[in-house]
Design a protein around this ligand. Sequence first.
Ligand code: COA
Ligand code: AMP
Ligand code: ZN
Length: 436
Amino acid sequence: MDKSNGIYWDREKEVMSRDELESLQVRRLRETIRQASKCKFYADKFAEYGITPDDIKDLSDVTRLPLTTKEDLREQFPYGMLCVPKEETVRLHTSSGTTGQATVIFHTRNDLEQWAELIARCMYMVGVRKEDVFQNMTGYGLFTGGLGFHYGAEKLGALTIPAGAGNSKRQIQLMQQFGTTVLHIIPSYALRLMNILTDMGIDPRQDLYLRIAFLGAEPYTEEIRQRVEKFYGINAFNSYGLSEMNGPGVAFECPEKKGLHIWEDHYIVEIINPETLEPVREGEIGELVMTTLAREAMPIIRYRTKDLTRFIPGECACGRVHRRIDWIQGRSDDMIIIKGVNIFPMQIEQVLMSMSEVGNNYVIILEKENDIDQIRVQVEVHESIFQEDMRYLNRLREKIVRELRSEILVTPRVDLVESRSLPQSEGKAVRLIDRR
Ligand code: COA
Ligand code: AMP
Ligand code: ZN
């Protein structure tokens, strides 16, 4: 049913009163606890915490529930947190990583429908309409940015080009051929594409039809937004999400551009001190913690996102009731994001240490090349390997690149260096150097 009108995609859900919203959240939280209890993991947790759905009297009771971490998801991989019979699920998205590191999220048909609704809500909010041509330039497949935005845009009714990541000349050609007006693009790639457009002698303001872009999937700054807006002649909006909470569509800037509305009819949102796990004071920075409120296949309770942000105090001039969070300020763990892909240094270590040729020391260097972040790994190899000819060394280097790529999904630069040539750090080894 098309409920859109003027500025709201779903007025009933976007502009209800705070009281109405909170009682909806409480009702949905009770239902979520009931649903989550269908997997042993949460049934055991709720028993341990002595909590039943009826114990939830008001919103503050959410803090009586257990926190969930990425480690929990890893331990329960693959089916341990599934709350419906497998035949009710219709899709999954996994993170990168071999067993031990990977996480998976399952969706029923209804979960996907709800997710598409949220994306359509975000897109409509910033002015996308069915007359638009939407080019989705993030990864399809297991990444959530591709299929997530895809179904939301189709639901809204925009002509959707499932372009996917990379292949820059083709991307530009598609924009020209079909008159693309709206982009979903990772900010670092938007910067990279600026150089390619300039080299091709194309001025987007004159030669293309772009008017709106969604920039997300990695941290960036207001300065980058403004550079992108100026070069492409567009209005760019910050889009935040994470696979555990579906993917994109969790929080999104409205036309006021004063923070990202986080859709509280679908999520209970808390911000906690990552050390004490206590709520921070309103307006203070802390770790975002979220509880799904409408998911069937895999409800998640009080998920520690590890993303650092703060609530923006006050109401938004756009009239939406949902609170706003600030742009993500960093992480409370060591995850890095390169080319829109999440990487844990531990994944690199596991690959390297499983190779007999590799010595005991390595360093990961993050660097910028033509505006794009790259990852360089310097690897110590055993003495005897340097006695071999160049062909052998090159083959080994290529093998390490291949193995790392299949684990982390981006292509690293790899330098082989002699044993004991990398700095030996005293105490905790410094294995990550950020030169960006
Ligand atoms: N998004 C889209 N394309 C990107 C990109 C990004 N973040 N970063 C680089 N690219 C482009 C490059 O410009 C290059 O284009 P070309 O074909 O015109 O030369 C191409 O992708 C390959 O770049 P390279 O640097 O060699 O890639 P890689 O092997 O290190 O990584 C990617 C491969 C880019 C495909 C991979 O990093 C990816 O899929 N990124 C997108 C992730 C994503 O969509 N995340 C959203 C999560 S919701
Ligand atoms: P994924 O689960 O692969 O979708 O990655 C989710 C993570 O990407 C989040 O936890 C954030 O760390 C990061 N991320 C996504 N969107 C943004 C954004 N708009 N700004 C900053 N970081 C983001
Ligand atoms: Zn607003």
